[in-house]
Write a new protein. Structure first.
Lengths: 377, 369
């Protein structure tokens, strides 16, 4: 090893030591890297679910009969509903207005009679449309219960139900449609975006604000080495947080990891570089901790939450908004983790997204490097 | 006394708005974000990419495929000629739905046998998969109804008549945009409040403030006002964009909206100042802001209903001011609610506000370094 290189290695290890000392001294850094991922993932992993089970619905039969009791029994058998019988339609409507029930299933007085007529009996389904997604789910569940009831009815009468096309949906990768299986990998990406940005958003600004950046400038360490020291220290912390969240996803929440763990590790490293780079960029451009903190609050969480494809389908957004989502680091990692966890090593998804992450990392780190040359102003 | 408070308020505004970068951050992004998020936040699918693998040359298969081609929410991306082509297409996320028609489809239909129709859906995003499945089901149901009617055959003995209150077309955008107003208001108050005391502590100016004749409650008031004013202005601007640009109906009473907003600002400013008063450094303040804001948004019922959460998480959401404000917003916008229906949402926000502010004021004096 030549003396010059040995000097660089020594300087770098010294800078790394300095960063670690600073991290240890203010315990909030450790909290960000290790406690926050556990706290957020456990809270959200249990808390966030789109599977509406046990939806409260009101059942109203204007003229109770054997037929209406039969249909209501079909609903009561479904674990999707917690049905309660309401005495009258106005009573049920009041409950719907108050939010006590999510829907009303109403059988009119002539239900039994019209059941035996050619055009059939109407079953009125009223839902509260404010939460459109839950309303759709309720409609879907009622339709399922209705279909099962029809089949049972015709079987009892010894007829075959007239069903021309028999739809047989197959859901790949997540056959039970458990929303947790797709939300938890996405949460790993969202949480790590926050952690990455939080870890670094203030570090450069802090050095500028306290004047210690100038102190660093007079050392033989070059600016690239200063940056590398910071990046290295927080990269190690971030990797720890990443391993924690992935471990929790697999062992606590039982999400299947069908792809390769090492591939996930590689992609996660690229992603961490991009997320840390974003934090460093914010920090460098803002120069003051206060402004850097403000930018971190506004630029990281909500965009990652809403525009990453974590919960809202990117393909259904207007073209302009789809273009904007390409600026969101989390978007690429959400695509990678959802695929690696649920589908496996699909290179046609992983390669382009990993390349995008590498590009984002290069851009952010490049901006940071350019903007923090040794100069005073 | 008022002179002192006024002077402090002026100083707080100057501290916030003096830095041009800070000014830009406070004013620009929330409005831009409303526009972008307003378009992004929907569970309705557009142009679902689907592929067709048709092994049947009959007319019935052609008719069914025409129904898919005519559906505005579907967009065909490929015609497949072998079963082996399905997996790569779905794996690569190029098609969300694959419609597979078997070779005996038309023959089965004409013979009066149920004709199986296999539909493969990418379940990586289970919600998208479920919505897509419902779309497919409604196309198939309509096709079945047409087939039965055209052949004068006996339909099912009972049929469902669905109606949705307050949002007849079940547009999920109407559900999300009022929620975005709440989220952005929370973010703006965090921007204004969460770092203020921490910054003064770190720079030592807070000690100077403590030796002035200002009492802690006066200091609290001075620190609260900017959050309130900026929150009010932003929320009003966002309300205008939501109603005039996105055309979300606003059926309820405007006073009820503003009372809800004032109480929500009270509670979120309180939470922000409490975080700030607890932190010795801005790094800690920023961490606190995230530890509060992220769960407050994700567990507020914005995208995933609170009823779906397990009991202990539901209990935890009771201290989340955004939870109450979202109910107020949705009821005021879509259900036309007035004060009477909203009291249950108002008082918890007021309580959270008072408790956090009292604690913050106490900490001003009692947390020293």
């Amino acid at each position: 090893m030549s003396p010059a290189r040995g000097g660089a290695a020594m300087r770098l290890s010294g800078l790394l030591r300095k960063e670690f000392l600073q991290i240890v001294r203010d315990p909030s850094g450790i909290a960000i890297a290790f406690l926050m991922p556990i706290f957020l993932l456990v809270l959200f992993g249990y808390g966030v679910s789109l599977d509406a089970d046990h939806v409260p619905v009101a059942l109203v039969a204007d003229a109770p009969s054997q037929d209406s009791a039969d249909f209501l029994a079909a609903l009561q058998g479904s674990h999707y509903f917690v049905p309660r019988v309401a005495g009258s339609l106005p009573e049920a409507e009041q409950a719907l207005r108050e939010g006590a029930v999510k829907g009303i299933i109403h059988l009119s007085a002539d239900f039994s009679r019209r059941l035996r007529q050619a055009d059939g009996a109407p079953i009125q389904v009223l839902v509260n449309g404010v939460d459109a997604n839950t309303a759709r789910l309720v409609e879907g569940y009622v339709t399922g219960a209705w279909g099962a009831w029809l089949a049972a009815q015709s079987a009892r009468r010894g007829q075959k139900l007239d069903m021309p096309v028999d739809l047989q949906p197959r859901i790949w990768f997540n056959s039970e449609l458990k929303s947790r299986n797709y939300l938890v990998p996405g949460l790993v990406a969202i949480i790590m975006t926050l952690i990455g940005a939080l870890l670094t958003a203030l570090v450069m600004a802090r050095e500028w604000e306290r004047g210690t950046m100038e102190a660093l400038m007079v050392t033989p360490a070059s600016m690239s080495e200063v940056l590398l020291g910071k990046l290295g220290a927080y990269f190690i912390l971030g990797t720890g947080g990443m391993l924690l969240t992935v471990g929790l996803a697999v062992w606590l929440f039982g999400v299947p990891l069908r792809g390769s763990f090492w591939l996930l590790w590689g992609c996660a490293s690229l992603f961490l570089l991009a997320a840390l780079g974003m934090g460093l960029t914010i920090s460098t451009l803002a120069r003051s901790q206060f402004v850097a903190g403000q930018i971190a609050i506004i630029a990281t969480f909500l965009p990652a939450f809403l525009l990453s494809g974590f919960i809202f389908d990117i393909g259904s957004m207007p073209a302009v908004v789809q273009a904007i989502t390409h600026l969101i680091v989390a978007r690429y990692f959400v695509a990678i983790v959802q695929t690696l966890f649920l589908a496996g090593n699909v290179w046609s998804v992983i390669l382009p997204n990993a390349a995008a992450l590498a590009l984002m990392a290069a851009i952010f780190l490049g901006i940071t490097w350019r903007k923090s040359r040794k100069r005073l102003d | 006394m008022w002179r002192r408070i006024l002077a402090l308020v002026r100083k707080e505004f100057l501290a916030l708005l003096r830095d041009p970068k800070s000014r830009i951050v406070l004013i620009g992004p929330p409005l831009i974000q409303l526009l972008v998020f307003g378009y992004a936040a929907t569970f309705d699918l557009q142009e679902v990419p689907y592929a067709v693998y048709n092994e049947d040359r009959g007319a019935a298969a052609r008719d069914l495929l025409a129904a898919f081609a005519g559906a505005p929410s579907f967009q065909k991306v490929a015609d497949l000629h072998a079963e082996a082509e399905i997996a790569p297409l779905v794996d690569a996320r190029r098609a969300l739905v694959v419609v597979h028609i078997g070779p005996r489809f038309t023959a089965d239909l004409l013979a009066g046998r149920p004709a199986p129709l296999q539909v493969i859906i990418d379940g990586r995003n289970s919600n998208t998969a479920m919505v897509a499945q419902n779309y497919v089901r409604s196309i198939v149901d309509r096709y079945n109804d047409g087939w039965i009617a055209a052949r004068d055959r006996q339909g099912p003995p009972a049929r469902l008549v669905m109606r949705a209150w307050f949002n007849p077309n079940l547009e999920s955008r109407w559900f999300f945009i009022p929620g975005i107003i709440g989220m952005l208001t929370l973010v703006v108050t965090m921007l204004v409040t969460a770092l203020t005391v921490a910054r003064e502590r770190e720079q030592g100016t807070f000690d100077q403030l403590l030796v002035t004749p200002l009492r802690p409650d006066e200091m609290l008031l001075g620190k609260m006002v900017p959050g309130f004013v900026i929150g009010f202005v932003q929320a009003t601007a966002i309300l205008l964009v939501a109603t005039l640009w996105f055309r979300v109906p606003f059926l309820g009473s405007l006073p009820a909206f503003y009372v809800g907003l004032a109480l929500f600002l009270l509670s979120s400013v309180g939470a922000g100042l409490l975080i700030s008063a607890l932190s010795a450094t801005q790094q800690q303040g920023l961490l606190g802001a995230f530890v509060f804001m992220v769960p407050a948004v994700i567990l507020s019922g914005f995208a995933t209903p609170i009823e779906n959460m397990p009991a202990f998480v539901q209990t935890l959401t009771l201290i989340d001011p955004l939870r109450y404000f979202l109910v107020v917003l949705r009821k005021v916008f879509l259900e036309g609610a007035g004060f009477a229906l909203l009291v249950d949402q108002f008082w918890p926000m007021a309580l959270i506000g008072v408790v956090t502010l009292v604690l913050a004021g106490w900490l001003f004096r009692h947390r020293m370094y």
